[in-house]
Design a binder for this molecule. Structure first.
Ligand SMILES: Cc1ncc(COP(=O)(O)O)c(C=O)c1O
Length: 398
């Protein structure tokens, strides 16, 4: 029996399937497997090891007990759409119509998938920064789009604006922004965001902005692209409850855009999952309405964890770039004599009982060299886990 549809062919072309049709193993799976097999501390995967706010968890339990267990409406439960709209007003001064401009999705991932599948035609170009969150490459291939990238340059992991200007053309359908940025932890400058909006206008492109780390910034204020003059009418803003409320397994995400774009994306979304997570939706609504102190608190806690792991990595001999946001710190292994981070990551469980992920895993092959000695470590872990990891990493420097 042949199963070789056009998606399989596209996936093979993008390296997502091996030539014999198996799912290609990723470095993420390999590293998590290593962590499991060796008992090493897994700082490879970006999920918290502590529960989020009790009110949010309790609201989900209550919703299940109250019988909120059947299909919610296709665009999401009204209580959650209203909470998303009021969150945008409270934090960013944006007025959003909860009935026509908000779509609840199965995580940010489904929002990205439905948006890209809805808007990208065969051969359309999608511009992202590089390194990029791995799903972007896969989704662009599945839509049979062409992925163009603009490198984020060290130090600070910011783009060269002339390179950005040269990459966005009339062939560009989407400028896909991830701000704050995984894996580098960088926050794009306002000037960069302004250039993105200017280029989207000049080339009639749509801006899709993945802001799942919007509340996890350290001493810098998050600026949603949609708040910039001229941006809203051509922007799809994507976020998720996973990172903000430490509920990555609930897969409740959302997007905000114009009624026309929301309708186009909904047409795809209804045949992907239709809906998901009924009892989690009112719980996330409770989370979005928590007082400002909660949002400040999660960022402060995470910042202390960033500092703790950074100290450990510096003491171990890495050159560490201090991230302004997210769960991740990037450490350069070159001062330790490792020019290939992938090799170091494979050896790290035996050397120090710790797992990280090479930044090259977030790059196209041809660009990997520039980032060859860089490792991403996640610091969204319990303090004692980070202390143990730091102590173990210190063995490297001896
Ligand atoms: C940049 C970025 N976008 C999207 C996602 C996926 O979000 P979700 O779990 O809500 O689908 C992640 C998760 O790691 C991420 O880092």
């Amino acid at each position: 029996m042949t199963i070789d549809g056009s998606w399989q062919r596209a996936a093979r072309g993008a390296g997502l399937l091996s030539p014999d049709g198996r799912i290609a193993s990723t470095i993420f799976a390999e590293m998590s497997g290593l962590a499991q097999a060796t008992g090493a501390i897994n700082l490879g995967q970006g999920f918290p090891d502590e529960d989020g706010p009790a009110e949010v968890l309790e609201a989900a339990r209550k919703a299940i007990a109250d019988g909120v267990n059947q299909y919610p409406p296709g665009t999401g439960m009204p209580v959650l759409r209203a909470a998303i709209a009021s969150h945008q007003r409270r934090f960013y001064g944006l007025t959003v119509d909860p009935d026509r401009e908000v779509l609840v999705t199965a995580g940010a991932t489904e929002a990205l998938a439905a948006t890209i599948l809805a808007l990208v035609d065969d051969g359309d170009e999608v511009v992202t920064f590089e390194p990029f969150y791995d799903a972007y490459g896969g989704l662009i291939s599945l839509a049979r789009g062409i992925h163009r990238t603009v490198p984020l340059r060290r130090p600070g992991f910011q783009p060269d604006l002339d390179e950005l200007r040269a990459t966005v053309t009339d062939r560009t359908r989407i400028i896909l922004v991830n701000n704050p940025h995984n894996p580098t932890g960088s926050v794009l400058s306002r000037e960069t965001l302004e250039v993105i909006v200017e280029l989207a206008h000049r080339h009639d492109a749509i801006i899709v902005t993945d802001e799942v780390y919007e509340h996890l910034t350290f001493g810098v204020t998050h600026v949603p692209v949609a708040t910039l003059p001229g941006a809203r009418e051509r922007t799809v803003t994507i976020s998720s409850a996973g990172k903000t409320f430490s509920t990555t397994g609930w897969k409740i995400g959302w997007l905000i855009s114009t009624p026309e774009l929301v309708t186009a994306i909904l047409a795809v979304k209804q045949f992907l999952t239709f809906v998901n997570g009924a009892p989690f939706q009112p719980a996330v609504a409770v989370g979005l309405e928590l007082p400002e102190s909660f949002f400040r608190g999660i960022a402060e806690t995470l910042q202390a964890k960033r500092d703790l792991l950074t100290r450990g990595l510096v003491a171990a001999g890495f050159d560490v770039s201090s991230p302004q946001a997210t769960y991740f710190v990037v450490a350069d292994a070159a001062p330790l004599g490792y020019t290939d981070a992938a090799t170091l990551c494979r050896e790290l469980p035996a050397l120090a009982g710790v797992v990280g992920v090479p930044i090259s895993a977030f790059c196209h092959e041809e660009l990997g060299a520039e980032y060859a000695s860089l490792v991403r470590f996640a610091f969204c872990k319990k303090t004692d886990v980070l202390e143990r990891a730091s102590a173990q990493l210190a063995r490297l420097g001896r």
